[in-house]
Design a binder for this molecule. Structure first.
Ligand code: MLT
Length: 263
């Protein structure tokens, strides 16, 4: 049995309900630096690391299922006496947010789903994840930038922002192979949550980069259409890691969304 754990998390600023930012794969909470800087000015912003990633490297498991990560988050909220939160997840962070919405709906005040999708993987995608899990355990993380950057960052970013490309490369190379493998195995098992979307009743913001080569605008639009109280916002000239690629636009969208929810 997997041991329960409270994930390490940074917390900056004050304000209720806190905004909790869930990172993408295979990164860690540091990817949210531009949002922490902009939004913690007056509000509390909490950023955990998933099992094995970033500061959670000693919490690695064999299979990091989305449900486990969602329950870890609930343990973190309990440990810090945080009641309801506005939860924002990007890509894998979004998958965890879906599991959290299903398992801990009373803890949600609002939801931001960025560059993520409700559908599960097909057979081919599952096979590719399991292959990457084996490869990263055998070879380490050195191949990740070449394998992933072309779809993690949009064409404009790759062309115009070499500094950001270097920053994301560094983040990829700093992750533990075992964490990358566990997350891939966990994502491979995640369910299709399309039928659960109608039960998400909190205000929801769906964000999508217009240059996202993983989950393009049609994926974001379909996701927003399935959630009763959702707003869909596209971020121009941004790929999958839209919060890093267009921080000013994403911060504005987040502030517009969360301001009415804050007390
Ligand atoms: C992510 O950015 O978290 C990944 O694209 C998620 C995935 O591999 O499905």
């Amino acid at each position: 049995m997997t041991e329960a754990a409270v994930p390490p998390a940074t917390s900056q600023g004050e304000g209720t309900p806190p905004l909790v930012l869930l990172h993408a794969f295979p990164l860690d909470g540091r990817m949210w630096a531009p949002q922490v800087e902009a939004l913690s000015d007056g509000y509390q912003v909490v950023v955990p690391d998933f099992r094995g990633f970033g500061a959670a490297r000693d919490q690695v498991v064999e299979v990091a299922e989305m449900e486990l990560l969602a329950d870890d988050l609930a343990r973190l909220l309990d440990a810090r006496a945080l009641g309801q939160v506005v939860l924002c997840g990007l890509s894998m962070g979004g998958y965890v947010a879906f599991a959290f919405a299903r398992r801990h709906p009373d803890r949600l005040r609002g939801l931001v789903l960025a560059a993520t999708k409700a559908t599960a993987d097909d057979e081919q995608a599952v096979a590719a994840r399991l292959e990457m899990a084996d490869r990263v355990l055998a070879q380490g993380v050195a191949f990740l930038p070449e394998a992933m950057l072309p779809t993690l960052l949009g064409a404009s970013t790759r062309r115009l922002r070499p500094g950001l490309v270097r920053k994301v490369t560094k983040l990829l190379l700093e992750q533990e192979p075992a964490a990358v493998a566990a997350a891939q195995r966990g994502m491979a098992r995640r369910p299709d949550v399309t039928a659960e979307l109608a039960a998400i009743t909190v205000p929801t913001l769906v964000l999508c980069g217009t240059e996202d080569e993983r989950f393009g605008p049609e994926v974001g639009r379909a996701l927003a259409a399935g959630i009763p109280n959702a707003t869909f916002v596209q971020i121009p000239e941004a790929g999958h890691l839209l919060n890093l690629e267009q921080p000013a636009q994403v911060n504005e969208a987040l502030l517009d969304f969360v301001a009415p929810l804050w007390i």
